[in-house]
Design a protein around this ligand. Structure first.
Ligand SMILES: [Zn+2]
Length: 436
């Protein structure tokens, strides 16, 4: 399988143009590098979810006709969906569920509208925390699902998680502790138009996970020219201090860690692998994957994605993100959803908890800004890098150990603080050192 994969990757670097218009969604069984090459030569296409069983091809009208002319077997993925749609709520019904949860649990839930989709649907994020109407200094965590409109499992699972947290807050010790000491943001549906149209792209047929600033091509994170759903998520991210996040997809079952856009190892490679394994370990189906050892994979080693959300969030916002593929079928039979929730529930809670594996600082000055240079002193000595901060708090998720933060602000003398990061510990309101 190895030589095939490398041939794929050569092709993929040409195919991930932000301008690919997705009007046809096809599945080609088998690994056929010669077909990929032909398709790429034939025009702009995008490939996803390459496994030993086959791969997905996305692009403008005409691909199916082209494959037919070459007598190449394929399936129309949009046709597959129709049979299993029964039972799924519409995006309007998802909104109703979120509105209902927010009104049922107003002490810990607040629904935030971050803007509209192409067709004018509200893009909603549920904030879950104690004192939910106050912006507290607590580690900030985020889940975003279904930016690919047809990858629907995560939308169901995130709504179920929100409802379970609401029901069990105050009685379940683990969930209560998490809500009391964390700011959790959950966005079940980043692409409601796409979900209602049962398609991957948004209403403009654009792939939102190829539409973010790309760390290998862009020097700045700017919203100009991007799809409205991407712009709204970018603007919201800029107002928060997310330290750990995941985005949910479907099409296979695996936890995918950065980088997606280049082959270099992520500076926290060992750590992000460990976090991904932590997710997979609690999910029996993911853990026992025959396709991906341990149920995890490095993004680029699987296939290169340019302009994805995962790499963007870490490089520009220090928000460590993984991508979780939840189900082999993008649109599984609705009766299977409870079982997917069962398989992912503990993993989802575990991953939120991991945002407490970090440290930061806070100040009463709301407009502080500068850079923080982080050095790890034990158990290994290493430079972690220099990170920009803005506002009254900074927080970074890191492997356990002792660290020095050297904080530099304009017109202020530099300040050095010592912090310790511990594992398996939900800190009361987070692990922050006060600068004041
Ligand atoms: Zn996806």
């Amino acid at each position: 399988m190895k030589p095939f994969i490398s041939l794929f990757l050569i092709g993929l670097s040409f195919s991930s143009l932000a301008s690919v218009k997705i009007q046809e969604e096809l599945y080609l069984p088998g690994l056929r590098p010669e077909i990929v090459k032909e398709l790429i030569d034939a025009g702009t296409i995008e490939i996803d979810h390459v496994t030993s069983e086959g791969f997905e091809v996305y692009g403008p009208r005409g691909i199916a006709k082209y494959l037919d002319s070459k007598k190449i077997v394929f399936f129309d993925m949009k046709a597959i969906h129709k049979s299993s749609l029964a039972g799924y709520p519409s995006s309007a019904q998802i909104v109703e569920k979120l509105v209902s949860a927010a009104s049922k649990y107003p002490k810990i839930m607040k629904l935030i509208n971050i803007g509209k989709s192409v067709k004018g649907k509200d893009l909603l994020i549920m904030k879950i925390s104690d004192n939910v109407n106050t912006d507290e200094t607590e580690p900030e965590f985020k889940y975003i699902s279904s930016m690919h409109g047809d990858e629907i499992t995560g939308r169901e699972l995130t709504v179920r998680l929100i409802e379970e947290i609401g029901q069990k807050y105050g009685s379940d010790k683990e969930l209560t502790e998490l809500v009391d000491n964390t700011e959790i943001y959950i966005m079940p549906s980043m692409n409601p138009d796409g979900s209602d149209m049962k398609q991957r792209g948004n209403a403009n047929y654009r792939d939102l996970n190829r539409n973010f600033p790309d760390i290998t091509r862009d020097t700045e994170s700017t919203t100009a020219g991007r799809e409205i759903e991407v712009q709204n998520v970018m603007k919201f991210q800029a107002t928060r201090q997310f330290a750990l996040s995941a985005n949910f997809h479907g099409g296979t079952i695996v936890a995918n860690y950065p980088w997606d856009s280049k082959y270099d190892l992520h500076p926290l490679d060992g750590f992000v692998k460990e976090l991904s394994l932590g997710y997979s370990d609690l999910n029996p189906e993911m853990k026992s994957s025959t396709e991906f050892p341990g149920g995890i994979t490095n993004g680029a080693a699987w296939y290169v994605v340019k302009g994805g959300m995962q790499d963007w969030s870490y490089v520009w916002y220090n928000d460590l993100q993984i991508t979780v593929e939840l189900s082999h079928q993008k649109w599984p039979d609705y009766s299977e959803i409870p079982n997917f929730y069962k398989n992912n529930r503990d993993s989802m809670v575990y991953f939120i908890k991991e945002v407490h594996r970090g440290a930061g600082f806070k100040t009463l000055r709301p407009n502080a800004s500068g850079t923080v240079e982080i050095t790890q002193n034990s158990p290994v000595v290493q430079k972690m890098g220099s990170f920009a901060f803005k506002g009254s708090e900074f927080y970074k998720v890191m492997p356990e150990g002792d660290y020095t933060f050297k904080i530099s602000e304009k017109n202020r003398s530099p300040k050095t603080i010592s912090v310790r990061v511990e594992k398996d510990l939900v800190q009361a309101n987070g692990n922050y050192i006060s600068l004041d």
